[in-house]
Write a protein that binds this ligand. Structure first.
Ligand SMILES: Cc1ncc(COP(=O)(O)O)c(C=O)c1O
Length: 380
């Protein structure tokens, strides 16, 4: 019987959404060859899915990696990495300026016997000093969420090599359009594909790019815990990836234009964008990023949280919402959203103030965004 999808050999332009949970085996020999890893084949959705596999190939290409594994969210991806490579007694180095949910995961890891060291990203130049014989992993974001701090990835790799630790870089803020951490020395790259890779606020997914050997290790954990992405979300992600580079380019040019504009405003007391020459991480960002500095920026607006709320409530084009990397520009107060679960003194200690706002550029025209910011700043 001919393949119902390609009866005359014509291939569909889009990877079909295969919703099947399980597959009918042709014979026992095929089953054996699949389970022994001799051939690519599908048996059960928790193991693998062809729509998911197609998107894994595309992300691997973007991250210039041997392979990639996709799962249900960015935090699922981070957790797969922790569960696959850490054990009781290991030391994990994390940075305060990192997506807030890592704080919660760190509490779980500590319960399981992992020792966690939290560093300020400003201390990253001295990272090697904090690496101990039992340091098994260093996990960082560059630029970081939300303060866009920049960490020198090759330097971090040198520090990791001191104890043979794995260096993991969350590349969600930078995106593979601007930065490929594997080429800079990272062992693995993690993404919240919910963000710029998907790009349309309509799917949740995570991705980990690395070697074939890492794929096999992570595949084992994903299969065990059961967080394989569903085929429909994989198809949306594949669709998002088709315009990823175009969107990333516009987000970065909007980021630069908006940063230049905000720099001139007296009601903005601190402005964090790695593309600005006076950003402390600019020189490193210039070295390890290309084609711009991404579409994420943060700033302190007015003096108080009430000022920040008034400013956000006055915006008309830019939407007040969490998440980032979407076609729409999004703004939020990290103190009240992504960093909410951190003890307040902790948020303040590394620079997330109650009037700090995080802005994610969309693909709107720069004039529309600057005009919107200008009219909202008048309300302060
Ligand atoms: C840098 C970064 N990493 C990871 C995550 C977690 O991703 P998800 O929300 O898809 O679980 C986020 C979410 O905002 C993020 O900003």
């Amino acid at each position: 019987m001919s393949d119902p999808l390609t009866p005359y050999g014509n291939k569909p332009m889009v990877t079909p959404i295969v919703n099947a949970v399980n597959y009918e085996y042709r014979d026992f020999e095929v089953l054996r060859r699949i389970t022994d890893g001799e051939i690519d084949g599908y048996t059960y959705h928790r193991d693998d899915n062809p729509t998911v596999r197609a998107v894994e190939d595309k992300i691997a290409e973007l991250e210039r990696s041997e392979d990639c594994i996709v799962c249900t969210s960015g935090m699922a991806a981070c957790t797969l990495v922790y569960l696959s490579y850490l054990k009781a007694g290991d030391n994990l180095i994390l940075f305060h300026d990192i997506y807030g949910a890592h704080y919660k995961v760190s509490l779980i890891l500590e319960r399981l016997g992992v020792e966690v060291t939290w560093l300020n990203a400003d201390e990253s130049a001295e990272l090697e000093r904090y690496v101990k014989p039992n340091t098994a992993m260093i996990f960082l974001e560059s630029p970081s969420n939300p303060l866009c701090k920049v960490i020198d990835i090759p330097e971090a790799r040198r520090a990791a090599d001191k104890s043979g630790a794995r260096l993991i870089v969350d590349n969600t803020f930078a995106t593979p359009y601007h930065q490929n951490p594997l080429e800079l020395g990272a062992h693995l790259v993690v993404h919240s594909a919910t963000k710029a890779l998907g790009g349309h606020n309509d799917l949740m997914a995570g991705a980990i790019a690395g070697s074939k050997e890492d794929y096999n290790t992570l595949w084992f954990t994903r299969q065990a815990v059961g967080c394989t992405l569903d085929a429909y979300s994989a198809s949306l992600l594949e669709r998002g990836l088709k315009t990823f580079e175009l969107r990333a380019e516009r987000m970065a040019s909007n980021g630069m234009a908006v940063a230049e504009f905000l720099k001139t405003k007296s009601s903005i007391s601190e402005l964090f964008y790695p593309g600005l020459s006076d950003h402390p991480g600019h020189a490193v960002a210039k070295r390890q990023m290309r084609g711009g500095f991404g579409g994420m920026l943060s700033f302190n607006v007015g003096q108080t949280q009430e000022d920040a709320k008034k400013f956000i409530s006055s915006l008309k084009v830019i939407k007040h919402a969490v998440s980032l990397g979407a076609t729409e520009s999004l703004i939020c107060i990290p103190y009240l959203t992504t960093m909410l679960y951190l003890p307040p003194e902790r948020r303040l200690s590394f620079g997330v103030c109650d009037n700090t706002v995080r802005l994610s550029m969309g693909v709107e025209k720069p004039e529309a965004l600057i005009g919107d910011l200008e009219q909202a700043l008048k309300f302060l």
